[in-house]
Write a protein that binds this ligand. Structure first.
Ligand code: ZN
Length: 258
């Protein structure tokens, strides 16, 4: 990957697990990182309130990143709720629709987000835009697909006559690998910060503290997060076991980077 250590990046930062991990990924690579969150009338608007706590936490987890933190922007786009009849913006039960997509699907949401992000990046002279879209655990959302993001990148570059680079570091990771990435970037401190202060629950519940963080524990977003955490914890445990067992010293599976 090319060296971006003198450049600025804009991260789509909602305050969730994925976007917080992307934010850390950007801090690791870029000289300066700005954040952009959207307020579109989502039921889980509480995630926006988590952002400030996360940014504060990042300063203490990695003091060397503190000087890289740039502006934190919030754009209100209530129009998105006006045009979508979805469980993310209305008080209805979360269920699967006849089209095979959960009714949390906001049509083209990431296309809208990326267009506004590119407009803001253009005005601020930023070329790199980072988002947590992921095709591995994506609930079937077509606007999370790698192909969609690449097409969007081409459209934005044509439409704004510029050379944006859209980065999606989580595209091919599952949720357990996303926790692992957070650990690689910021150690146990970053994992704890994301677990305790990022927000994923679609219903906007902070509620009980589970081993994977806060949330209702029953909506699709909580289920995915809990499953990922359990897999991550199991992988860490078995890696720790094999690296502490002398019998496995020559086993390539136990040759794990820390
Ligand atoms: Zn939930």
């Amino acid at each position: 990957m090319s060296n971006h250590s003198h450049e600025t990046a804009l991260v789509l930062f909602s305050g969730g697990q994925d976007s917080t991990t992307c934010f850390a990924w950007a801090l690791d690579r870029f000289a300066r990182v700005e954040a952009l969150g959207f307020d579109y009338g989502q039921r889980h608007a509480i995630e926006l309130a988590c952002r400030e706590r996360l940014l504060e936490g990042i300063r203490s987890v990695r003091p060397d990143w503190a000087g890289k933190l740039g502006e934190s922007h919030t754009l209100a786009i209530p129009t998105l709720a006006d045009i979508s009849d979805t469980a993310l913006t209305r008080d209805v039960a979360i269920a699967m629709g006849a089209d095979g997509l959960p009714n949390t699907f906001v049509p083209g949401r990431n296309l809208v987000f990326l267009t506004f992000a590119a407009g803001l990046a253009y005005r601020r002279g930023i070329r790199h835009i980072i988002g947590g879209m992921c095709e591995t655990d994506y609930s079937g959302y077509p606007d999370c697909r790698d192909e969609t993001i690449k097409a969007m990148n081409a459209a934005l570059n044509l439409g704004m006559a510029t050379e944006f680079q859209l980065h999606t570091p989580l595209m091919w990771l599952d949720k357990a690998a996303t926790w692992k990435l957070a650990h690689d970037l910021g150690g146990a401190g970053l994992v704890d910060l994301i677990r305790d202060h990022s927000h994923t629950c679609y219903l906007g519940e902070r509620g009980a503290r589970h081993d994977w963080g806060h949330g209702c524990g029953a909506c699709p977003a909580c289920e995915l997060r809990a499953k990922g955490w359990r897999e991550y914890a199991a992988r860490e445990k078995s890696a720790a076991r094999s690296s502490s067992s002398p019998a496995n010293a020559g086993d390539p599976v136990s040759q794990r980077r820390h």
